[in-house]
Structures are given as C-alpha cells and as structure tokens.
Design a binder for this molecule. Structure first.
Ligand code: C5P
Length: 313
C-alpha cells in the first residue's frame, strides 16, 4: 500500500445519545427475575453522550477510552456497557469484535439519568455503522434491551411511555420545549440499592402492582406544551427510597421550590434531582440557587425532549 493510504485516518463512526429524566415512575413489587414492573414516562434531555467507534487492525480486540466530566469514575473494561454493546453486535452479526471505542460523557455518571445506557445505545449504533452490519432499529432495540432496561429508550429518545422493565416503549406526543435544571451529586447511587430500599419501604404491601395512576393530566400537559401542568404531574415512586438513602436530597428539592420550580423530583433512581423551570433563565436561576446553597456537587441545565441515537460523524 502507498504511504498516502497509510496516512489516511482510520474509518470511524460517531453517535450521539441523550440522557433522560422520568416524568413519572411507578413501580410494582420485585419480580422473580429481580426486575420491577414499571409504568414510566421518559423524557430525553439535551445532555448527550457521544461514542466514537474507530476501525483497528484485525485481532486487536476492543479498547475503550473516556473523556468529559467524571470520566475518571467510568470503568474501562468489559464491565462498561459500551464495551458489552460492541460484543453484542459482534456476536449477533458474526463480525470480529475489533474496535477502539471512545466515550465523551455529557450525562452525569450513576445519577439516575441513564448515562451508561446511553453509552450502550450509542455503541450499538456506532459499531453497526462502522462494521456496515445493516442491523434494523428493531434488532438494535432487542440487543439494547438485553444490555439494560433503559437502553431502548436511549435509542428512541423524545418522550415515551415505558412498561415492562421500562424497555417496552410507546412514543408520546409532546409539544414545545421544557426547561430543566439538574443538581448532580459526585457520589452516585447504585440503581439496585434504590430498588432494594423501595422493596423494604413497601414491604407491608408485597403484592402491589405498578399503579397506572392517573396520568391523563401529564399526557395533556405534554400535548399542550404546558410546563405548569407538567410540573404538577411529576411523580416518582423511587423518590422516598432515594431520599431515605440520601436524606440531603430533601433539601435539594426544597431549594428548588424556594427558587420557584414548577415541579421537582428525583431523576430515576437518583441521586440527581431534576427541577422543571418556566424558561431557560429560570432553569439557570434554580441552578444558581443550588450552587449558592451548597447542596449539589455540580449543576446542569438542559431542555427536553431531545432526539434519540443519531449518527453525527
Ligand atoms: O437493566 P439495568 O441493568 O439498567 O438495571 C439495573 C438494575 O436496576 C437491575 O439489576 C435491577 O436491580 C434494577 N431494576 C429493577 N427494575 C427495573 C429496572 C432496573 O429492579 N425495571
């Protein structure tokens, strides 16, 4: 081969995927498989993970690097969901699992915003593109659901109802743009511990099923693009468990209320606290109130809904 060809950059594919907040999360009692039946409404927000899959020599195997905020606490081995996603695409297609993965993080780590699931979704789409595997959205979603309950939503994005483990999705019509502020804690909360605490707290009602609740108000608020009505409809069954494990989260939500939030809740299994704001300026004001009160290790603002997995390069 000529020197010119050697100097060319290796082929690569870059995919962007969003983090999420659960607008409503209702959970039933733990199933035999260790999962909880959920009835949830996801909204993707404009905090993005970016995964680049780059061609490497045959036999080189998988390698992984990470950049961005909190990159130092992300595992760089086969326990990383992006690594496992590359293996899943290779297994499913019969391709050799030779790829260099790079994750640029934009979603809080272990924060209840599905950053790891977003990495898995992005790696699935990036490897499919790099290897020209031609997998359908349906196949990618099936592989994603095996990797984690939140992975299918990171592929889909926007706003969707999730049932089953949260992986059976139905898109929801939402109008307009909602403004969010997020209070992030340096120390994450493992999702299994929050669900375990939830089980303990609901032990007096062992057979409870995920109350479908009355989410008509929430759906109407989304359709109308009405942030005030949406703020009133926010609800998370896991919140009491997360606050029980991290009592300081109560104060985080109180500060958001003092700053006039339209509604505040723990995001997913926490410990990130989400606050819905009237405008972008208001979201910045809530974030500033958290910083002034010293109740968050970092504060982030974003808008929702945001698109799902997208090839960007
Ligand atoms: O699917 P994923 O690996 O993201 O889930 C992490 C953990 O969260 C599960 O092992 C389980 O303990 C808990 N979980 C659950 N019910 C769900 C989703 C997650 O109990 N619907």
């Amino acid at each position: 081969m000529s020197g010119h060809l050697h100097a060319a950059p290796e082929p690569s594919a870059t995919v962007r995927t969003p983090g999420k907040v659960n607008l409503v999360l209702r959970s039933g009692a733990v199933r035999d498989d260790g999962y909880h039946p959920l009835s949830t409404v996801f909204q993707a927000v404009s905090l993005f993970e970016e995964v680049t899959a780059t061609h490497v020599a045959p036999g080189a195997g998988i390698s992984l690097t990470v950049s961005g905020p909190q990159a130092d606490v992300v595992p760089l081995d086969e326990t990383n969901l992006a690594w496992r996603a590359a293996l899943a695409v290779a297994d499913h297609t019969g391709m050799d699992a030779d790829v260099a993965l790079h994750i640029h993080k934009g979603v809080p780590v272990a924060g209840g915003m599905a950053g790891g699931s977003a990495d898995a979704a992005a790696a699935l789409v990036a490897c499919d593109a790099l290897w020209d595997a031609g997998l359908s959205r349906q196949e990618l979603t099936m592989l994603g659901a095996r990797l984690g309950a939140d992975v299918p939503f990171a592929l889909l994005g926007h706003t969707a109802v999730g049932t089953g483990r949260g992986d059976v999705l139905t898109p929801v019509l939402a109008r307009g743009e909602f403004h969010w502020a997020f209070a992030v804690q340096a120390e994450g909360l493992p999702t299994p511990s929050v669900f375990a605490r939830f089980d303990e707290l609901s032990a007096d009602d062992p057979a409870h099923s995920p109350d479908p609740g009355d989410d008509a108000g929430l759906m109407a608020a989304l359709r109308a693009g009405d942030p005030t009505a949406l703020g009133e409809a926010l609800h998370n069954d896991l919140q009491a468990a997360a606050v029980d494990l991290r009592p300081e989260l109560g104060r985080v939500m109180e500060v958001a209320r003092e700053a006039g939030t339209l509604g505040t809740l723990v995001s997913g299994s926490g410990p990130t606290v989400a606050a819905l704001a009237r405008t972008r300026r208001h979201a910045l004001a809530i974030a500033a109130a958290w910083t002034a009160a010293g109740v968050a290790d970092s504060v982030w603002t974003a808008t929702g809904p945001a698109p799902g997995a997208r090839l960007t390069g």
